[in-house]
Design a protein around this ligand. Sequence first.
Ligand code: PLP
Length: 348
Amino acid sequence: MELIDLRSDTVTKPTKEMRQAMANAEVGDDVYGEDPTTRKLEVIAAEMIGKEDTLFVASGTMGNQVAALTHLQRGEEVILEAESHMFYYEAGGLALLSAAQTRTIPGKRGFMDPDLIAQAIRADDLHFPRTGLLCLENTHNRAGGAVITPEQTTLMAKVAQERGIPVHLDGARVFNAALALGIDVRELTAPVDSVMFCLSKGLGAPVGSLLAGTKKFIAKARKNRKILGGGLRQAGIIAAAGIIALEKMVGRLAEDHYHARILREELVKLPGLTINPDRYPTNILICSVAKTGISAKRFSQLLAERGVLANPTSTSEIRFVTHKDVTEAQIKTTGKIINQIIMENTQH
Ligand SMILES: *Cc1c(COP(=O)(O)O)cnc(C)c1O
């Protein structure tokens, strides 16, 4: 049976061109600062993302956690959205590594009301932790790949920065956000102090993410990466694929957005499914199956039996992620399979 894997864009495999570049990469010891390919990637990335410097890290999680470690002092508080990746999916890293306390704010499609952010920022008081960092996420994963605009980013960031608090952007899919808005990604990163983005998702590289910020911030982050065991040696082997990801793969994310739109159009027609409308749809589609009477877990099993892989994100919701290794035909097949499951397992 042919598998249609819509669990995540992390399942994408490197292209032939990436493998070729990896085989031919010029390398050295990156901990000694001697890997020319890794350095080349970091310089290209800095220019594209609009920050002074970047640091190549093993994963998005490592990039976010190194950023937190670099911004924070032990015992400080981090403000972040209640469904954000850094709060939800990083295994308590903020507590474990940065000894930070988290303060969550429920957002609307990933956007936190600036007044709520202002209220959450701690006054100078003996009893209180110091607020040390505000974290944003764009696109917002659990909000269904929701896009935050540059205006929204500025509104949120300003509240913190005016009080001397730095702002980190978890931009794992920030290129998807920029593409959906039809703007240069630098408009989304300009308002924040640091940003992490992934090469290993829709951009198709096998491994790696980048953390970006000022030269001073990145120098400090480099040491924190070393502490976490993330000082890589001949990293150019993987950085070479990252260069292709940035130079050749950013534009093609539009195809993923198009495929997600087709899937949405197929699914909104079906009884029992609920999908929130989205002004700037990207490559993530979260669909509630509550009205079918089938649990998300069961629904996902029924899909898997028919060759479609998709993860439940709650007891009633399933997430579909489009990416370069699924075709338009497979998306249409997915729509038909979901229709079959509803017809066979519900009454109408
Ligand atoms: C995937 C993801 C990450 C982390 O990436 P990994 O490379 O899997 O550690 C961080 N933030 C968001 C929003 C993500 O979707």
